[in-house]
Design a protein around this ligand. Structure first.
Ligand code: NAD
Length: 252
């Protein structure tokens, strides 16, 4: 199928679990894909693994203005104007109560998860063709609280607000903006959080998370990526300003 034929997509966090899974789907649906992430080796590996000719990468920290400007410039030079922006990079921070949470980690989570998402919008929107789609990766943590990850929860709520503003601002150009809100996904970020929640018994931490999910298991990265593909494609033409849980019923 070629649901993204003749389209150009940027994916931030493109070397990570969800980002790479989306890159595989987007590239196979005919899009030109620019991966953005922090580490060149990881990006190279992702591009090799995906193995289609229509995929490139730029090293950039999404929380740094100049680096965001640069990844937009590089994408335009390589592929022309942008149709799809999967604004997805994020970090989990630490697992600590508010009273013990390190201020520098709070700041870092806000820088990447909020400022990074906002800077992406600031610089990608002017480089987009009309009728495009922006997908922002929030979380179930953008819809409800969880003890001991307050900066992450705050950041994921914040970007729902940013999404709503962007959806209104972009509507005159028929650029749609939505969040996807995954429950725990079976990849690196959850391994880190399981360790944070129960350093002595990570398996038990995983079981506790699974108990909160009516479908009884974590999502696979690809299951989240498939919803991003739906929002990226014309099949979701009338969906904008939406908060879309992909959570096995966790927020039901
Ligand atoms: P991941 O850790 O595998 O991927 C995140 C990617 O973002 C990594 O490749 C990382 O290097 C990159 N990144 C981090 N900081 C960056 C920066 N400053 N600039 C550029 N890139 C940066 O985890 P993932 O699950 O693929 O995460 C993708 C998104 O999904 C994140 O926003 C995360 O918060 C969100 N999310 C994840 C889960 C989960 O359980 N894994 C659940 C809900 C939401």
């Amino acid at each position: 199928m070629e649901r993204l034929k003749n389209k150009t997509a940027i994916i931030t966090g493109g070397a990570g679990g969800i980002g790479k899974a989306a890159a595989i789907l987007f590239a196979n649906e005919g899009a030109n894909v620019m991966l953005v992430d922090l580490n060149e080796e990881d990006l190279q590996k992702a591009v090799e693994e995906i193995g289609t000719p229509n995929i490139k990468y730029v090293v950039a920290d999404v929380s740094k203005n100049d680096e965001v400007v640069n990844f937009v410039k590089k994408t335009k030079e390589s592929f022309g104007e942008i149709d799809v922006f999967f604004n997805n990079a994020g970090i989990e921070g630490k697992v600590k109560p508010i009273t013990e949470y390190p201020l520098d980690v709070f700041q870092k989570v806000m820088d990447v998860n909020v400022k990074g998402v906002w800077l992406g919008l600031k610089h990608v929107i002017p480089a987009m063709r009309n009728n495009g789609s922006i997908i922002i990766t929030s979380s179930v943590a953008g819809m409800q609280g969880t003890a001991n990850v307050s900066p992450y929860v705050a950041s994921k709520h914040a970007i729902v607000g940013i999404m709503r503003c962007a959806a209104l601002e972009c509507a005159p150009r028929n650029i749609r903006v939505n969040t996807i809100n995954p429950s725990p996904v079976d990849n690196r970020m959850m391994r880190s959080l399981e360790e944070g929640f129960d350093p002595k018994n990570k398996e038990e931490a995983k079981k506790q998370f699974e108990k909160m999910i009516p479908l009884g298991r974590y999502a696979k990265s690809e299951e989240i990526a498939r919803v991003a593909l739906f929002l990226a494609s014309d099949e979701s033409n009338f969906v904008t300003g939406a908060v879309l849980p992909v959570d096995g019923g966790m927020t039901a």
